[in-house]
Design a binder for this molecule. Structure first.
Ligand code: GDP
Ligand code: MG
Length: 163
C-alpha cells in the first residue's frame, strides 16, 4: 500500500493549498476564512515521482473538545494512527502562535515522525518565522511556498525516508 502522509496545522497556514499542490487538482477547498476544510480529504499525491496518499485535515479551530471543532480534532487524532508521517505546517509570515505551540506539544506526545513545514516562505518575510520554528523541537523546517510551488525539492528529500 502507498504511504499515508497527513497534513496538520492550525487554520489558515495553507494546508489545503499544499494538498492541492501535491495532488495537482483543486480537490480541497481553499479559502481565506479559517476552518474551511470540514473533514478529512484524501488524495493521491505525486511529488517529483514520489507517490503517496495525502490527508488534509481540520480540527484545530477551537480549544473546546465538546464543540464540533473539538470533535474534528478527535478525528484528526484517529487519522494520525494510520499515517506514516505528519507534515506539521506553520505560517512563516505570521510566526508561531499559541495554537502552533499546542499542536507541537500534542505531536511530540505521539510516536509519528514529524516533518516541519514552514509555508508562505516566498520572499524574505519568512526568515524570522523559520528561525523561531526551531524551538518547536522538530529540527530544521522545510521552507515552502505552497501557493508559488517553491521548496518542493527539499520537501521531497524530507518525505523520502517515510514514503
Ligand atoms: P488551511 O486553512 O490551512 O487549509 O489554509 P488554506 O490552504 O485554505 O490557505 C489559507 C490562505 O493562505 C489562503 O488565502 C491561501 O491563498 C494562502 N496561502 C496558502 N499558501 C500560501 C503561500 O505559499 N504563500 C502565501 N503568501 N499565501 C498562501
Ligand atoms: Mg483547509
Amino acid at each position: 500500500a502507498k504511504a499515508q502522509i497527513i497534513i496538520i496545522g492550525r487554520p489558515n497556514v495553507g494546508k489545503s493549498t499544499l494538498f492541492n499542490r501535491l495532488v495537482g487538482k483543486k480537490l480541497a477547498l481553499v479559502d481565506d476564512q479559517p476552518g474551511v476544510t470540514r473533514d478529512r480529504r484524501f488524495g493521491d499525491a505525486n511529488l517529483l515521482g514520489l507517490e503517496f496518499t495525502i490527508v488534509d485535515t481540520a480540527g484545530w479551530e477551537d480549544e473546546d473538545p465538546d464543540t464540533l471543532p473539538g470533535r474534528m480534532r478527535a478525528q484528526t487524532e484517529v487519522s494520525l494512527h494510520g499515517a506514516d508521517a505528519a507534515m506539521f505546517v506553520f505560517d512563516t509570515r505570521a510566526g508561531l502562535t499559541p495554537l502552533d505551540e499546542e499542536i507541537a506539544r500534542w505531536l511530540r506526545q505521539s510516536t509519528i515522525p514529524v516533518i516541519l513545514v514552514g509555508n508562505k516562505a516566498e520572499g524574505r518575510a519568512s526568515e524570522s518565522g523559520l528561525l523561531e520554528s526551531y524551538s518547536l523541537g522538530f529540527g530544521e523546517p522545510i521552507a515552502v511556498s505552497a501557493e508559488h510551488g517553491e521548496g518542493f525539492a527539499d520537501l521531497f528529500q524530507a518525505l523520502l525516508p517515510h514514503v
